[in-house]
Ligand binder design. Structure first.
Ligand code: PLP
Length: 447
């Protein structure tokens, strides 16, 4: 295990790190947020950018007034900044603003349905539901296998691509898992997909905020054809997500949502669609969300994604090391520090439900973690080794708790001392299970 500084130099960049919240005993404590995979608090730079921009706020694309023209310029120029951040190609890619990753994947699935008729989408068993259900809706979907520790099996991707003999037109794969934190070898997967006549979508919701991402040039076999991510997971929680897509795959076709902004000409009998990316952005654009995302990207870029990656990796290694030392804890990801991962660690405490552990951490320690299946039920089922029959039996028992885990997910502002506080609380829970079980069995929710 590598060592890491006790203090994060990044704490002052984020809002809410000193917020006091009440514990169950009435005392106030500084809130510890270990639930960054769900959403991150805003950067101060993001709030400042929003505030500064407010005095120039006006409608995008629709006015000749000074402010409106300025705002339209800022909105359009932000596509270039976003493309630069992940080495996209503005000449060949469309950078489309949506609400979030989920909407981006649904939009892409809508378009590819027409382009890739009668084909198969290869997804994986480690996907978030948002990178599974949109494909199920429109395509035959098959899933690349994972190993016993939940890691993607690249050999199975190759095997399946061969088996389908060119019928697979898209590989839809997560860049980093929101459950185990594993980073997938996206460029190797891209090379394999392209070799077999398929394209590749990378779900970047957990990757783009925590690692340097390079889509690579279109001429490279390792090029990423489609990339999606959400602003609210990268310190810009103002409702903007991004779809970066090969323009040739979206051109000409009717958009998934129609209305203002999507059209060039409309008569009672005729509609012609606007150019990309505009035809894909129905209604008034979320300029504040875009300003926020650009401000977050500038801050992240200024800090250096590789530096952040290293800091967060060291935090993850330390967390896994400390958790593995505790008795009665099962960690559901590999504890090898050589593993390529973002800082997400799933675990359970034997004899206590995931919900109970998360609740006690919150009420006793002011520590926010997530519990449940994290919108990745097929992955959790496999990691927990639960058969289909067992799962159905549990679901059908009215009072039985659904299977799940507790998840710690770290951001750049988290510290070693916060992980120590978590381990301290967990240790107390483990040593006093009976006491906490009685105390929390009928404890109501806070609000
Ligand atoms: C890997 C992954 N993909 C997709 C999503 C969906 O993101 P959003 O809720 O921003 O649409 C999430 C959200 O947690 C995620 O972790």
């Amino acid at each position: 295990m590598r060592t890491v500084n006790c203090y994060s130099n990044y704490r002052s960049l984020v809002t809410g790190v000193d917020t006091k919240i009440p514990l169950i005993n009435g005392q106030l404590t500084t809130a510890i947020n270990l639930d960054n995979a769900a959403t991150t608090p805003p950067f101060l730079s993001v709030l400042k950018a929003i505030n500064d921009f407010s005095s120039l706020y006006a409608s995008v694309h629709r006015g000749t007034g000074y402010k409106s023209q300025y705002v339209s310029y800022i909105y359009e120029d932000s596509r270039r900044i976003i493309a630069d951040f992940v080495n996209g190609c503005p000449e060949k890619d469309s950078i489309i603003f949506v609400k979030n990753t989920t909407e981006a994947i649904n939009k892409l699935a809508h378009h590819l349905k027409a382009k890739f008729q009668q084909s198969v989408v290869l997804s994986t068993f480690m996907e978030h539901h948002s990178n599974d259900l949109p494909w199920r809706r429109h395509f035959d979907v098959d899933y690349v296998a994972i190993d016993s520790k939940g890691r993607l099996q690249l050999e199975d991707l190759e095997r399946k691509l061969l088996q389908y003999k060119g019928k697979v037109k898209l590989v839809a794969i997560t860049g980093a898992s929101n459950v185990t934190g594993y980073k997938n070898p996206i460029h190797k997967a891209a090379a394999l997909a392209h070799q077999h006549g398929a394209q590749i979508l990378v779900d970047g919701a957990q990757l783009v905020p925590h690692a340097a991402v390079d889509m690579k040039p279109h001429s490279s076999p390792e090029h990423i054809d489609f990339l999606v991510f959400s602003g609210h997971k990268m310190y810009a929680p103002f409702g903007t997500g991004v779809l970066i897509a090969r323009s040739d795959m979206l051109e000409g076709a009717a958009p998934d949502i129609v209305g203002g902004g999507t059209v060039d000409i409309v008569t009672p009998d005729l509609v012609t669609w606007a150019e990309l990316p505009h035809k894909e952005e129905a209604g008034s654009p979320n300029i504040m969300g875009v300003v926020a995302l650009v401000a977050a990207i500038k801050t992240l870029d200024g800090l250096g994604m590789r530096t952040l990656e290293e800091y967060e990796k060291a935090l993850a290694d330390y967390t896994i090391y400390r958790l593995c030392q505790l008795r009665d804890i099962e960690v559901y990801c590999s504890n090898d520090y050589k593993e390529d991962r973002v800082a997400i660690v799933p675990f359970n405490v034997s004899g206590l439900s995931h919900h109970m552990v998360a609740k006690i951490l919150s009420y006793e320690g002011g520590i926010a973690v997530r519990n449940g299946c994290f919108c990745a039920q097929p992955y959790i089922q496999r990691l927990l080794g639960i058969s289909q029959q067992e799962l159905e039996e549990r679901i059908n028992q009215p009072k039985a708790e659904r299977p799940g885990m507790v998840r710690i997910s770290l951001g750049l502002y988290n510290t070693i001392s916060e992980i120590d506080a978590l381990v301290f609380q967990l240790n107390k829970i483990i040593l006093n299970k009976k006491y906490y079980l009685e105390k929390y069995s009928n404890m109501p929710e806070l609000f």
